[in-house]
Design a protein around this ligand. Structure first.
Ligand SMILES: Nc1ncnc2c1ncn2[C@@H]1O[C@H](COP(=O)(O)OP(=O)(O)OP(=O)(O)O)[C@@H](O)[C@H]1O
Ligand SMILES: [Mg+2]
Length: 335
């Protein structure tokens, strides 16, 4: 029987898969579109195809996020979604082929939440699953030294959560989980547009605005247009939006993240603070790509700010672990 290892990231917003021998083979939205009739168990679409159906679903479909706040919210839907993704990655699964997975998860999961991930993997056809903290796999994939006594201070700003941790000797020394990420900002932008322009837009449209024009620079002169549904007339209407009017929202949420980072650093041992002074803070995750993060965080925290430009570092770290099972064993034992 042949075994194929995969690296799996099942995020609240994004799912990514690494396949040994092939590299990164999948990046899709963590979404599934189901018929509203509960008797029909066949998904209408998964991943990016399901994302396209948001707002166009009428009465017959609902688009779900099976994973939110970093944990599985809908077990059955998580299995259906993962099965669909695996089918894309293994279009013709050879007879007797065994899939084993290394899954990276956020910090602070309880034993039963980890078990839920494990069971979802088994039910999706994965024979064995090893769970590691996402932050550790990111560090390994980025070449950050976490194998020695020297600590690395790492922040992952994702879709639903922000994880903050210092890591050394392949172990999380202290880790914190904050329920703020890109999604809550999208919702706040949509609410602002409704209250100030009388226009309904979806969270996905708000995300486009955020990525297109928003930044952490107060006087950023970007602008764009957006089409929504006028609250009073129920008709489509196009309006112009500037980065300046959305700035207070962006500033509010990223300030909260900076405050939390500051208080974690304040409560850290002097050796850890000395390591941060030397090497700075490492940021990664989708929402760390907001324009202006480096200056914003430096002004607030006064440490060097490193932002990862490789969105797959965590999966590259898993690739290392697949190559070095002794290291994988140690990480599982330590965390
Ligand atoms: N250029 C950008 N500027 C600002 N935000 C961005 C940018 N690109 C992506 N994002 C945000 O990143 C978020 C997704 O990040 P990521 O894929 O790391 O999340 P996740 O790992 O699925 O979620 P979680 O870690 O919370 O489970 C989305 O909310 C998205 O809006
Ligand atoms: Mg994540």
């Amino acid at each position: 029987m042949s075994t194929t290892f995969i690296g799996l990231k099942l995020g609240s917003t994004t799912t990514c898969i690494y396949k040994s021998g092939n590299g990164i083979v999948l990046k899709e939205a963590s979404l599934i579109a189901m018929p509203t009739n509960p008797k029909i168990k066949e998904p209408k679409a998964i991943g990016n195809d399901a994302k396209k159906l948001i707002g166009k679903t009428g009465e017959n479909l609902t688009v779900y996020s099976p994973i939110s706040n970093g944990i599985i919210q809908y077990d059955e839907l998580a299995v259906l979604m993962l099965k669909g993704f695996l089918k894309k990655v293994f279009p013709v699964k050879s007879f007797g082929e065994n899939i084993k997975a290394v899954l990276c998860v956020p910090l602070g999961l309880s034993a039963s939440e980890k078990k839920q991930f494990e069971i979802a993997c088994f039910k999706s056809g994965i024979a064995d699953v090893f769970i590691v903290p996402d932050i550790i796999s990111f560090a390994l994939g980025s070449g950050i030294d976490i194998k020695s006594e020297t600590s690395a201070f790492i922040v992952n700003i994702g879709g639903d959560t922000t994880n903050i941790a210092s890591v050394s000797n392949l172990s999380i020394i202290n880790g914190y989980n904050l329920n703020i990420g890109g999604s809550i900002i999208n919702i706040a932008i949509a609410k602002f547009i409704e209250e100030n322009h009388g226009l309904h837009i979806s969270a996905e449209q708000a995300e486009r605005l955020k990525i297109e024009i928003c930044s952490l620079f107060e006087n950023y002169s970007a602008s764009t247009t957006i089409v929504g549904i006028d609250k009073n007339t129920n008709l489509k209407q196009e309006i112009s939006i500037t980065a300046t009017e959305l700035y207070p929202i962006i500033n509010h949420y990223y300030s909260k993240i900076a405050e939390m980072i500051g208080s974690v650093i304040q409560s850290s041992d002097p050796e850890i603070v000395a390591d941060i002074s030397r090497n700075g803070i490492y940021f990664y995750g989708g929402a760390s790509h907001i324009v202006g993060l480096e200056k914003f965080m430096f002004d607030k925290l006064k440490f060097k700010i490193n932002i990862s430009d490789n969105q797959y570092s965590n999966l590259l770290g898993i690739a290392e672990l697949i190559k070095y099972p002794q290291m994988l064993k140690k990480i599982i034992k330590n965390n």
